[in-house]
Design a protein around this ligand. Structure first.
Ligand code: NAD
Length: 454
């Protein structure tokens, strides 16, 4: 099938690679010339395990191409997936300018019927806006061409995106019930048939239900995280161990173990903006989203938890102190620094006078870019940030190790080496990677999240 993917970011590239892998003929569009030129030189602009091999294979087989040519992209696919960004607007609502620009382009150049698929995460009612934009542009052109708008939200997780796309828990297809909506549904089922062989994963529903399902999923996951973070802070005070509490409640099959880890707060390109956007959708419809507002509030506070622990140990003024940071990306196996807790932590430590030596297996370049943005009001402090390429190199003469992202490389380190390299053997573990008692026995002062502190 000839398919166009509009937007070649995390979701667009993974969708393109997976659909091409199944034999489809994919045209990937982006407005970012630098990104397309990199892709055309065989370079992948993001880090996602397994993606490079898949893209290289399909490009060589002639099933996948990248371009900035909008007219050609519209001509290519009967199905046009919109996978552009939906960043937060100033008030926290989802900014639909990229989605609507993509719709406008399709309307501008389409000469035959199209199925337009909203794959971006978009608020309830966006498909109606996309439809209205297409109709407006077609009317301006004075032509009448059939089209249908489908909602097909994406549930992939960065770091495991290929696996998630190839073996999805569910494939949500929101379609209209008129005849063109039913035709669109049939075509979507055909596109997803190769990913649906083991058992039926397709859930067909109304467009609005599909749009809301995506936000509901992310909001539920974010809620679990904030719930556990709040409990962890209480555990710290009352002398309980959140790890035991996690296992104690996770063993209840009604609760389950997933997404119950206390930490430094959620970040990334989805949860923060989607929780905010859903809250705004509620507000726009006269419903206050009290739970979600609390989830966001708890999360913002949680990003300061490690910083507060550092101050509690070393005092308010951190001048002359050096801290090692392990992990910068918002989670392991990605280079995505969007809303990463490390950004808040590093900024606060720098403002308190500290020096930072940081390591991340892949996010270094993205991190420097993000930190330069964050410190634009204090650019001189960026000289106090050094990135190193080996975790142990970050520890030399440092006053403490702060673990922010739970990369596998940090899970079982040589603790003797860590102790020898650090000036003082202090570990602030934002991901509860180590056992407090074991760390104390090794001679460390160890501060986890919601665990017994030394
Ligand atoms: N990243 C994730 O893990 C994830 C998971 C599920 C859903 N989503 C949702 O998917 C959408 C895309 O997210 P992402 O992380 O891939 O974003 P991204 O920022 O990585 O990529 C978006 C791309 O769209 C391009 N673009 C913008 N306007 C365009 C236009 N008019 N025509 C062509 N290209 C255009 C941008 O240049 C960029 O390369 C968002 O709505 C996001 O919430 C993301």
């Amino acid at each position: 099938m000839k398919i166009t993917i509009v937007g070649s970011g995390y979701v667009g590239l993974v969708t393109a690679a997976c659909l091409a892998e199944m034999g489809n003929d994919i045209f990937c569009l982006d407005v970012d010339e630098k990104k397309i030129s990199m892709l055309n030189q065989g370079q992948i602009p993001i880090y996602e395990p397994g993606l490079e091999e898949m893209i290289t294979r399909s490009v060589q087989l002639g099933r996948l191409k990248f371009s900035t040519d909008i007219e050609a992209s519209v001509a290519h696919g009967t199905v046009q997936f919109i996978a552009v960004g939906t960043p937060p607007d100033e008030d926290g609502s989802a900014d639909l300018k990229y989605v609507l620009a993509a719709a406008k382009n399709i309307g501008q150049y389409m000469t035959e019927p199209k199925i337009v698929v909203d794959k971006s995460t978009v608020p309830v009612g966006t498909a109606d806006k996309v439809k209205a934009e297409l109709a407006r542009v077609l009317a301006l052109r004075g032509v009448s061409i059939d089209f249908s708008v489908v909602s097909n939200p994406e549930f992939l997780k960065e770091g495991a995106a290929i696996d998630d796309f190839m073996k999805p828990d569910r494939i949500v297809i929101g379609h209209e019930s008129d005849s063109s909506g039913m035709q669109a549904k049939a075509l979507m089922e055909k596109i997803y048939a190769p990913f649906n062989r083991n058992h039926n994963r397709i859930l067909c529903m109304s467009v609005r239900s599909a749009e809301l399902t995506k936000y509901a999923a992310n909001a539920m996951l974010a809620t679990r995280i904030s719930f556990m973070n709040e409990l962890a802070n209480l555990a710290d005070i009352v002398g309980a161990d959140i790890e035991m509490v996690r296992q104690g409640i996770g063993s209840d099959s009604r609760i389950g173990y997933s997404f119950l880890y206390a930490g430094t707060g959620y970040g990334g390109s989805c949860f923060p903006k989607d929780v905010q956007a859903l809250s705004i959708t509620g507000k726009e419809h006269g419903q206050s989203m009290d739970i979600l507002n609390a989830v966001e509030h708890v999360n913002n506070k949680q990003k300061m938890t490690l910083v507060n622990k550092v101050h509690h140990h070393y005092g308010a003024d951190l001048s002359g102190k050096k801290f090692s940071i392990w992990g910068l990306a918002f989670k392991p196996n990605t280079d995505d620094m969007r809303a990463a807790p490390s950004r808040v932590i590093i900024r606060e430590l720098l403002l308190a006078g500290a020096q930072i030596v940081a390591h991340d297996p892949v996010a270094g370049k993205e991190a420097l870019h993000a930190l330069n943005q964050d410190m634009a009001d204090h650019p001189n402090l960026m000289k106090n940030v050094v990135l190193v390429s080996e975790p142990m190199d970050a520890l030399v003469d440092s006053d403490g190790l702060i673990i922010v992202t739970e990369w596998k490389a940090y899970r079982s380190p040589n603790f003797d080496q860590i102790k020898n390299l650090l000036k003082s053997p202090v570990v602030f573990d934002g991901r509860n990677l180590y056992e407090p008692d074991g760390m104390n026995q090794l001679g460390f002062k160890y501060f986890g999240i919601g665990r017994k502190s030394s």
